[in-house]
Design a protein around this ligand. Structure first.
Ligand code: SF4
Length: 360
């Protein structure tokens, strides 16, 4: 059954210009010292995504926070006793943290840090998509707004998407999927589920080029190719490992290969180098025939996070013009979104405990 492109391809979201924070060593140390003092005063913990700068990742670990994927960021924030969560990442991550931790203050270095997948899936259009297909359960990727999560039946991350879709398929459900078409197509291929796909994409992963990747691999025969499933099908087809950010870091740590070609945001290299110091890490190419690279393997929204902005947010009073960059979500939306996220968390716990058996 071919269900390719049942909804129109979403226009490519134009990302903001890439502006990376550049600091002298003295500026970096002064900013970090200031931030650490402010964090203590405000009972704050920093959770940073793997795609943020090395400075933010280091600071998170030096201050007892964590560096991880979006789900673990929210989980960590929930378990940590701090009353303020600083989320260094993009807006949907801050929202997810707030959905799971409504009693805590959740702030971000820059509230304009968005995501092309979230932007390509407005809540009203998604609701119309669901309304047009009442016979299908809706499954959305974590990279969506709180309002889209509130409308969905299930929320999934890339690490668990295939298992949940397979489970729902085995239960006899037909599905709607949003917003990433590449991840949706990948999950549909390996689960065999009947899925209608929203047609959004990630500006970073969309840019990887299969032909150039094949050439690079030919020159590095000992390298394993690691690919995030938001990448196009032709790139996934060349992968030795397809997985979430956490799974790709684990592959670098555990596989015997001395070299890796990595098709995901290059911010992840900071963690990979720490996990496997002696191994050679190469960026999968975003150039080549038909190249339209708008990201060059780094997310321009993730790059909006930095030490200067973090210090400024911690110094700004909550009542000022930008509200101290605090995340607020209307309670009716938050509560519904929490139900869809909780289904995933419960599934993950049950699967880990061996209470869910997935057939072939
Ligand atoms: S890397 Fe892609 S999926 Fe991740 S935040 Fe940036 S645009 Fe969104």
């Amino acid at each position: 059954m071919s269900l390719a492109f049942p909804v129109p391809l979403k226009p490519v979201i134009q990302p903001p210009p890439m502006v990376e924070e550049i600091l002298t060593p003295a500026e970096r140390e002064a900013l970090k010292a200031r931030i650490k003092t402010l964090m203590k005063q405000q009972d704050a913990v920093l959770v940073a995504h793997y795609y943020t700068s090395a400075d933010l990742q280091d600071l998170a670990e030096e201050t007892g926070g964590c560096v991880s994927d979006s789900l673990e960021m929210a989980r960590f924030g929930h378990a940590h006793p701090a009353q303020t969560l600083i989320v260094a990442g993009v807006k949907f991550m801050g929202e997810t943290a707030k959905i799971l931790n409504p009693e805590k203050r959740v702030i971000m270095p820059d509230l304009q840090a968005d995501c092309s997948l979230d932007l390509a899936c407005p809540a009203d259009e998604f609701a119309a998509f669901c309304d047009a297909h009442p016979d299908r359960l809706s499954v959305v990727y974590a990279n969506t707004s709180a309002a889209v999560k509130a409308r969905a039946d299930w929320v999934v991350t890339s690490g668990i998407a295939a298992k949940i879709v397979k489970y729902l398929h085995q239960q006899g459900h037909k599905l709607l999927w949003a917003p990433d078409r590449h991840l949706g197509e990948y999950v549909r291929r390996i689960s065999g589920a009947d899925m209608l796909l929203w047609q959004g994409s990630c500006v970073v992963h969309e840019a990887f080029k299969a032909e150039a990747l094949a050439k690079l691999r030919a020159g590095h025969p000992d390298a394993a190719v690691l690919v995030h499933p938001e990448s196009p099908e032709s790139v996934i087809a060349l992968a030795d490992v397809v997985g979430s950010t956490t799974q790709l870091i684990e592959a670098v740590r555990t596989l015997p290969n001395p070299e890796f070609i990595v098709a995901t945001d290059n911010g992840i290299f900071h963690k990979m180098r720490a996990a496997a110091p002696g191994k050679l890490l190469l960026e999968a190419p975003t150039a080549g025939e038909g190249a339209t690279c708008t990201s060059c393997a780094h997310c321009p929204w993730m790059a909006m996070n930095g030490l200067r902005k973090l210090a400024a947010v911690l110094e700004s009073p909550a009542g000022d013009a930008n509200g101290g960059n605090e995340i607020h979500i209307e309670e009716s939306i938050r509560a519904k979104a929490a139900v869809s996220i909780q289904r995933m968390l419960d599934f993950a716990a049950a699967e880990k405990a061996g209470k869910i058996q997935l057939g072939d």
